[in-house]
Design a protein around this ligand. Structure first.
Ligand code: HEC
Ligand code: HEC
Length: 325
């Protein structure tokens, strides 16, 4: 009996010590820093470069859909160019993430960040203090030319003073952050520029590195964000923009599968018309108003790219899903 009690006691001490070690390790690893180069990118004041950046920001790159200030959702729905003053929360199982103010305000925005720091953050996923960016943005393979355009546009905005709360990382999130979160960087050698035409090659660039169609139209593990489904074959569950506590939708399969692909039978013309229509289901979380601003050529390129994908048979139920509380 006595021995059993002793073993229990020692097991308890060992477990408690391990727990303390884990807590200390998790705490120490919250501020893990990472090395990444500063891209040689300099903001320009050339109006055509700024115009390209603005087009990306309010069009395919849909910065405004995440970086808008609270209360400007209505304007986004109307396709207006709202200030990128931030504040929208993403409520995840592991954290509440607050989208940042990316206007040039020095105190509450990005006015104090250098071009190299912003470029490194977007390309290599490393913040100015060296910690890893939570991977919401798809611009790791954006060309030097487009990163320059984006940063030139960011610099040209009117500064807006608007303080955004710090991210709230829950206990589980801290464990995930300590061991799993690493900066995401480019998946290929950096390109200086890319031919902007109607080819599948340009469509691939837009779908993966600017508009992030792949980010939503691929099933993901909601803890780590890692893809668990075939790219573009759909099945990720995303909350409604209207009633996020109540409803969600599954993203459709947009590979050219003749039976389960949502685009089966769509002509290029129908595809472009669909994008011009914007949001049809008011619950849809897809940033339709931003995409509606894309040029015909860019939409043609997207269509050609989606048609060129390997067909994946994956039937997705359309319509609203009621979230079980
Ligand atoms: C899907 C949502 C989403 C989209 C779209 C998006 N962002 Fe972000 N962005 C975020 C989140 C979330 C963060 C905070 C990330 C973090 O701190 O780990 C962020 C952070 C940033 C930061 C760092 C700001 C700081 O002070 O730390 C910059 C710069 C930025 N975004 C620029 C852009 C630009 C430019 C675009 C469009 C071309 C864009 N973002 C599109 C969600 C988004
Ligand atoms: C934030 C997540 C998100 C992003 C980013 C996104 N989608 Fe979607 N998409 C959805 C959801 C959810 C639906 C289903 C609801 C709907 O039809 O609006 C959808 C529907 C669609 C449909 C079917 C529309 C219809 O009328 O049946 C097409 C086509 C489509 N997306 C293509 C794209 C392309 C191309 C991109 C990139 C330019 C993209 N999506 C980016 C979430 C997203």
């Amino acid at each position: 009996m006595k021995i059993a009690v002793k073993i229990l006691k020692w097991t308890g001490i060992v477990l408690a010590s391990l727990l303390v070690i884990l807590i200390i390790t998790v705490a120490a690893r919250q501020h893990r820093t990472f090395e990444a180069p500063y891209p040689d990118i300099k903001a320009s004041t050339d109006s055509s470069i700024i115009a390209r950046g603005r087009y990306i920001a309010y069009g395919p790159g849909h910065c405004a859909d995440c970086h808008h200030a609270e209360g400007s959702e209505e304007q986004i729905l109307k396709g207006e160019e709202v200030a990128l003053a931030g504040g929208k929360p993403f409520k995840l199982p592991i954290a509440n993430i607050y989208v940042r103010n990316i206007t040039p305000d020095k105190e509450t925005g990005i006015g104090n960040l250098s071009d190299g720091e912003i470029a490194r953050l977007l390309r290599y996923g490393v913040r100015p203090n060296g910690t890893a960016v939570i991977d919401f943005m798809p611009f790791h393979d954006a060309t030097d030319e487009d990163l320059t355009a984006i940063i030139s546009f960011l610099r040209s905005q009117q500064p807006v003073k608007h303080a955004v709360p710090n991210h709230e990382i829950f206990t589980l999130g801290k464990v995930v952050n300590a061991f799993l979160i690493e900066p995401v960087g480019p998946s290929m050698p950096v390109r200086k520029s890319i031919a902007r035409d109607t080819t599948a090659n340009y469509g691939k660039y837009i779908a993966n590195s600017i508009a992030n169609c792949v980010g939503c139209h691929t099933a993901r593990d909601m803890m780590t964000g890692a893809a668990i489904g075939e790219p573009f074959s759909g099945g990720m569950q995303i909350e409604s923009v209207l009633e996020p506590e109540k409803y969600a939708m599954l993203t459709p399969n947009i590979t050219p599968d003749p039976t389960t692909g949502r685009l089966a039978g769509w002509s290029q013309d129908q595809f472009i018309k669909r994008f011009r229509q914007g949001r049809i289901n008011p619950h849809s979380p897809m940033p339709w108003p931003s995409y509606a601003r894309m040029s015909d050529d860019e939409l043609k390129a997207l269509y050609n790219y989606l048609r060129s994908l390997k067909p994946v048979n994956n039937a997705i139920k359309p319509g609203l899903i009621t979230i079980k509380q």
